[in-house]
Design a protein around this ligand. Sequence first.
Ligand code: NAD
Length: 485
Amino acid sequence: MTYPTQPTASHFINGAYVEDTSGTPIDVVYPATGEVIATVYAATPAIVDQAIASAKTAQVAWAKMTGTERGRILRRAADIMRERNHDLSVLETFDTGKPYQETSVVDATSGADALEYFGGMAATLTGEHIQLGEDWVYTRREPLGLCVGIGAWNYPTQIACWKGAPALACGNAIVFKPSETTPLCALKVAEILHEAGLPAGLYNVVQGMGEVGGALVSDPRVDKVSLTGSVPTGRKVYAAAAAGIKHVTMELGGKSPMIVFEDADIENAVSGAILGNFYSSGQVCSNGTRVFVHEDIKEAFLARLSARLAGAVIGDPMQVETSFGPMVSERQMNIVLDYIAKGQAEGARLVTGGTRLDRDGFYLQPTVFADVTDDMTIAREEIFGPVMAVLDFTDEDDVLARANDTEFGLAAGVFTRDLARAHRVASGFEAGTCYINTYNDAPVEAPFGGSKASGVGRENSKAAIEHYSQLKSVYVRMGDLEAPF
Ligand code: NAD
């Protein structure tokens, strides 16, 4: 199997590809066929040290550059990413199995948006002046220093940019560890940033499993950790970062609700449910996997949903007409199959799907369960696959309480034509990102992140700047200084 833009080594450190085959080999598997398409090697302690040391050194000069100079490089990188969108999208498809129909419009493009947005913002970052009579205080917005980014496997290019762009704009250096399941795309982000003029050492990529992530998080030279991953990993990484009193951003999992009221436009609500459950084969953190549908329209909703799902084109992710690809790995496919079995065992009604496809690769059918109750496993735990749970309701207050009855708080959606109700419900949701008559939009201009166990901090938007910089207050006395003795 050949594909364009294959990275030439496992790691990218100090502005160049670096190989060290003494690390544990990690096979990269194309999910559509199960074939091994590349092998990278986990970072040894020496590689981790090399990455951290080069980032530490490079950051000092980077922080001294003006925001305009830093931003220009990020914006140039955004342009290069857009020019190479096709090749990057193909690589993303090979890394994740997501259809090219998706990757060509979502992954490198949203990475480029982040580089452009934070590149533009770099020159606007300032402190403030606070007058105190004759005396005064000024604040300096300073970088945190060395940031570590740790990625999940569902959006490898986007995650590498969503963490790298604000970190670099604020004058930090970053060491990024992609998920071991999708190690290739972040290397191309590093390559492009350096081609755009980023000085060596500022954006480094090292490969490895959780152990390498753990070594990065606990290194005393690291000032900030940003993780995208599951809640159990988040608890470990947060605790390890806390030991060193490090700044954190935690973008974790969810089990988000979507409420469809009886007055909703059913086609739009079905579109929202499809986008919020089956895009990227359901492997999206903010997915609205608990779909509460008003009893009066439940059967009509299920009928339209089933009809529309029959139109999914499942197949070779490289074919432009394919709209539903494989799961990222055999492991993830088996996790989802276990949940489907639990759904059936606990009495949910299987409306459609439910099985693996008889073909190479890790393909599941889009699956819908109805008559799901709040206590069923498929309504409580994050599945991270194409499994929608449809639950009934009749009363607004009651459904809102049920929607919020979860440890997670990443996202939530409501479909209704009654806008007063829509805003009332949105204000009642315990979630970081809410949607009214839409689902799963994530533009760089808007803050994205979770409440409750789904996370700490926000990515994207002006809010991200607060998580990649800190304020220093400088007090200035204009007259003589009095002291008690
Ligand atoms: P995961 O938690 O298994 O792994 C995430 C990353 O953490 C990987 O790079 C892994 O190697 C690393 N890691 C594991 N243990 C570690 C440790 N002890 N110390 C440091 N690093 C460690 O998650 P995953 O299976 O790759 O991704 C799926 C999860 O990510 C889902 O729960 C999903 O909801 C979540 N996710 C969240 C967002 C968001 O923005 N909120 C986005 C995408 C995915």
